[in-house]
Write a protein that binds this ligand. Structure first.
Ligand SMILES: Nc1nc2c(ncn2[C@@H]2O[C@H](COP(=O)(O)OP(=O)(O)OP(=O)(O)O)[C@@H](O)[C@H]2O)c(=O)[nH]1
Ligand SMILES: [Mg+2]
Length: 178
């Protein structure tokens, strides 16, 4: 519950970015969040932004290509973002290390020490794969310079975990109550 003054000054618009290796499910997550439906996506070309209303808030969500040749451009899209969403294909254990390397470069070298919230989505939980706890350990999240993160299992295909993860991110962007 917020008092009138708090309600009026609370931020109403948020801007986030979806990052992670190609095929992780970034676009599928975006579509599930916006429409509550699963639509088999085609690989994202470059970068696109999507604006929608969520829980009375205006959200701008940037979707990026996770292809290796596009990753050097990620840093250009981070400007003015309220938080990062890192998507993992939890059914693809062979690519966890590649994801760990890219996330470390992004957080430790590009973003740097910050309290910018980081939501790690362990997507494709409808398939057999690594648990969120195992992914947290394999990504070395506790050793990253940014300590403000949450790990969420989800399935863009089935829909579970999508809202829980996004609600954590929004909560992490709100001013903390004294
Ligand atoms: N089983 C299952 N498949 C999924 C899920 N999410 C995405 N997929 C599939 O995974 C593939 C990649 O999904 P995308 O959303 O295009 O992945 P992306 O991270 O946006 O990939 P790029 O745009 O190439 O960077 C597609 O074939 C999706 O249908 C999921 O939760 N479960
Ligand atoms: Mg995509």
């Amino acid at each position: 519950m917020f008092c009138c003054a708090e309600r009026e000054t609370r931020k109403k618009e948020f801007s986030f970015i979806l990052l992670g290796l190609e095929n992780a499910g970034k676009t599928a997550f975006l579509k599930r969040l916006m429409t509550n439906e699963f639509e088999a996506p085609t690989p994202t070309k470059g970068f696109s932004t999507h604006k929608f209303t969520y829980d009375g808030l205006t959200i701008t969500l940037a979707d990026t290509s996770g292809k290796k040749e596009r990753r050097p451009y990620w840093s250009e899209y981070l400007h003015d973002k309220d938080g990062l969403i890192w998507v993992i294909d939890s059914s693809d254990e062979n690519r966890i290390e590649e994801s760990q390397v890219e996330l470390k470069i992004l957080v430790d070298e590009v973003v740097g020490p910050t309290d910018l919230p980081l939501l790690v989505l362990c997507n494709k939980s409808d398939k057999q794969g690594l648990s969120p706890a195992a992914i947290e350990a394999r990504l070395g999240l506790k050793k990253l310079k940014s300590k403000y993160y949450s790990v969420q299992g989800c399935s863009a295909f089935k829909g579970n975990g999508v809202i829980d993860g996004f609600d954590w991110l929004l909560g992490a962007c709100q001013p903390k109550k004294k």
